[in-house]
Design a protein around this ligand. Structure first.
Ligand code: NAG
Ligand code: NAG
Length: 132
């Protein structure tokens, strides 16, 4: 191994060590999704406790590669808290950001959404969520 590649390896480990503690809690908007075949490579349904994060969150997760199926985020849950209720869902997909869905937002199926707010609300603003 050249000293340059050794340096690179130690840098990679240093970055991984820094990234290892879970991200801090994030505040964003919760919206409703209808899960199907997701970026993690699984077919999930709205009856399951699953959720989607933004493309930014997904692709910046430590260990993410070009293969979304192998993204370590797929083996994590997130806690989403709003109106004093916390739901725990497995991260199985990402959504493309657009003017209605920003990098700090998350999507969950209706059966999870209604634990925190009525379905007719459509979205829940200022929810707190954290990847665990
Ligand atoms: C999502 O689908 C995958 C593949 O079937 C399954 O392993 C996983 O448990 C599902 N997630 C939940 C929360 O049910
Ligand atoms: C996630 O939610 C579970 C269930 O409510 C709770 O026990 C756990 O402490 C929460 N973790 C974080 C980091 O908020």
């Amino acid at each position: 191994m050249t000293s340059t590649s050794k340096l690179l390896v130690s840098l990679v480990f240093a970055v991984a060590a820094l990234a290892a503690p879970q991200r801090a809690a994030v505040i964003g908007t919760v919206f409703q999704i209808d899960p199907d075949l997701g970026a993690c490579g699984w077919k999930n349904t709205s009856a399951q406790a699953v959720g989607a994060v933004s493309a930014t969150t997904f692709h910046s997760y430590p260990g993410a590669t070009a293969n979304p199926n192998k993204n370590p985020i797929c083996h994590h849950n997130m806690n989403i808290t709003a109106n004093g209720i916390t739901v725990v869902v497995q991260i199985v997909d990402y959504f493309k950001e657009d003017p209605n869905a920003g990098p700090n937002d998350v999507g969950i199926p209706v059966p999870q959404f209604v634990k925190m707010a009525p379905v007719r609300d459509g979205i829940i603003e200022d929810a707190t969520w954290i990847i665990i």
